[in-house]
Design a protein around this ligand. Sequence first.
Ligand SMILES: [Zn+2]
Ligand SMILES: [Zn+2]
Length: 926
Amino acid sequence: MRYDHKAVEKKWQSFWEKEKTFAAHDEARGERCYVLDMFPYPSAQGLHVGHPEGYTATDIYCRYIRMKGVNVLHPMGWDAFGLPTENYAIKIKRNPKEVAAENIDNFRRQVKSLGFSYDWSRELNTSDPSYYKWTQWLFLKFYEKGLAYRKEAPVNWCPSCQTVLANEQVVGGACERCHSMVEQKEMAQWFLKITDYAERLLKNLEGLDWPQAIIEMQKNWIGRSEGATIEFAIRNSQFAISIYTTRLDTIFGATYVVLAPEHELLIKLKPQITNWADVEKYIAKARRKTELERKVEEKEKTGVRLEGVMAINPANKERIPIFIADYVLASYGTGAIMAVPAHDKRDFEFAIKYELPIRQVIKPKNISKSVVVGTTVRDGLKEELHKKAISFEVGLSRNKREHIRIFLRDDQINDYIKIVQNYLNDNAWVEIIGYRNIFLSRDRVIDDFLSKGREIFEECKRLEPLVRDDKNIWEMLESNLFYQGFVCYEGAGMVVNSGEYDGLDSEEAKWKMVKKIGGNRTVHYKLRDWLISRQRYWGAPIPIIYCDPPAGGCGIMPVPEKDLPVLLPDDVDFRPTGESPLARSKSFHKVKCPKCGQLARRENDTMDTFVDSSWYFLRFADSHNDKEPFNKEKVKHWLPVNLYVGGAEHAVMHLLYVRFFTKVLVDLGYIDFQEPFLKLRNQGLILGEDGQKMSKSRGNVISPDEVVAVYGADTLRLYEMFMGPLEDAKPWNTQSIAGARRFLERVWHIVLEPTSDGATASTAEQEQELRYWSARTIKKVTEDIESFHFNTAISALMEFVNFLYGLREVETPLKDEARQTLLLLVYPFAPHITCELWQEAFPAAGYIWEEPWLEYDPEALQTDTVTIVIQVNGKLRGNIICQTGAGDEEINKLAKAEPNVAKWLEGKKIIKTIVKSGKLVNFVTN
Ligand SMILES: [Zn+2]
Ligand SMILES: [Zn+2]
């Protein structure tokens, strides 16, 4: 019988579909498990080979736990709204609705061709009115709760997609989808108030079984910081500048203040500002830049000093200048900063450029550094340092001069000063930077020399090593790689130059200063509210009506629940113009106010598709409910999701939004769990054969359709799981896929013909060995599936098959059990072929998926065999397994027969054989 994958796969797929084999039962008792794949976005290109990677992993897991008696919910659906479909439809001049329907049909066909055990009766589609009715309903609930609001805001505008983008959709200043540079624009937009949930979103990350990297990304995105808001009075003015800082411990080092160019105080200060024309020009220029452009660390800092006004540092009452600069953003904190150039890299650069004072107020504890240029000292310094156990390294500078780079503990500094002074040439100088800042020459020691600025700098210019004239001393030292981050030191440490706080630990000083100097201890988050308005057609309409006739109306009116869904109209020219296409639909735009009945207008924007995918996991528990988004009891039965698998690219947006929705729904009383996904795993990228990301333009895209046609779904599944660890990025390899196919053919043959003609009866040792191999394989595959190490599970199965082939010359009644073991273990990976073989080889048994998962026999693992390493001339060439206590002669014979060893011995004469009993054989040849 030949292995015909086409016939086998078709047969079992239609059987499963017809019998609803994998339907999840709401009423079933016992252990339950909800295993979810991130549902795909059905693009026009169809499935790529990356999709089945995650789907296969979850399918293996589901099939495995079902055999362990668990009642599994494993659904599939389509995240079908969105820009790519709309843009594609525009390009081919068709309606997105039709295009999406075709894409879904194609995706469904492809997914089904891989034999995944989804409960297809729960399939959902976010662009179907039966689904988006409830997306709209949820929006209304958010609105009622005050969690959806409308506000005029500067937004990221993609001029090519003609729509607003969320911050998360702007990558490096460009549109994530079309890579056009994003512009800033003021527009009235709908927001969801995710910031209300920042604290909970952060806290609840604890205890989740998620990849650490994803947890870190979520934390960074939420960006919690604890600091203080403090007022800097403006001299001769009723106004003050409110500043939020996490580093109040550095306030004595604040030598100027910076306002964001959008800061509202500017207008109020205008009458006092004497260079208003320059200020105005700068504001206009800043407006043309996006927030992201302004955030770029490397770009040169610019700003304008506000002439005629001065701020007062509340810590030391010093008068300090006020600047506007676009490196300060209006959207973070209070839109104003106290600039501490000695302890903030951006302030440092700005201060260097505008020649503002730099004052050190925090010292790193227990570490200082120093660099000695070889030509400035007599020989013998290194030996002396060595004697005093002062650590140093020696390097060459760019012009090949020797540099001694020294690391100093606080208690070594005085010794060091003495040594250096002794070795330093007459006209040379050396600095110490860090805990102490010391200028050293043969006859002088100047402490805290950095604060002496200009004066010291002039001095240095007369000494060796030469100092470049156009830099100041701070800049010169910070530009030395060895000192980087040390001259401008951003860490915690000991407070200095700060009056009564000197000598305190910076963390301790911070909260003492808040008390004394005044200020409110406050928590800030980087997280911004979620902008959900999209000026596009292919999304769920926002269910809002504006009643604003000239005579006066009711204002913003939510669409009454009974009028949901607000359907997407068909009479639309959906080509983007910047205005929502829905505004041009006659049937859609004009509507009667639900309250007063006057002619009103609908909201024309649609929702970000991330809203659709923020609650789909709940809908699967009850996907045909037309009375409510989901039945509470059914959700309680199935949720939270036990295992969620998808790409790491959704680390921030999707996962954060889903967690936010979950918490809101808890607060609204619809669900009772705080976290939607208890366990998360990411599959790695599958790269093209050239090791590059698959893309049409590179021409390295592999379609699963071709692979399934030529090799079969089982081979594709097995191959993708065998490529490497699930979470790694892996290049595609067509030769290896043939290897996966060969393995399945070997399974096919060994199950159908386990024993060759003329086989001899088995010995007791052979039977024991077979028991051992079965137990070992069951144990390994079980553990590997549990821990998602599918590639090593497959390796174990391959070894088992090799072993069974080795046993073909032997006849034993244990073979039936071994064949069943093999099929049951391979089944989750390659379900079609194993179903077929099971039916063929064991017609009296039921279906393979009805069998319980195997338990291994621990006794069989306590074998009496040992593994012996074989060397040829001391090099490892193979190993053999044999009975404990086997004689040297037998071991010798087995060792020589090992194929790889035999190759190495071929044509050689064995001069000597060393046998270390039970461990090793070494053949020494001529
Ligand atoms: Zn774009
Ligand atoms: Zn009205």
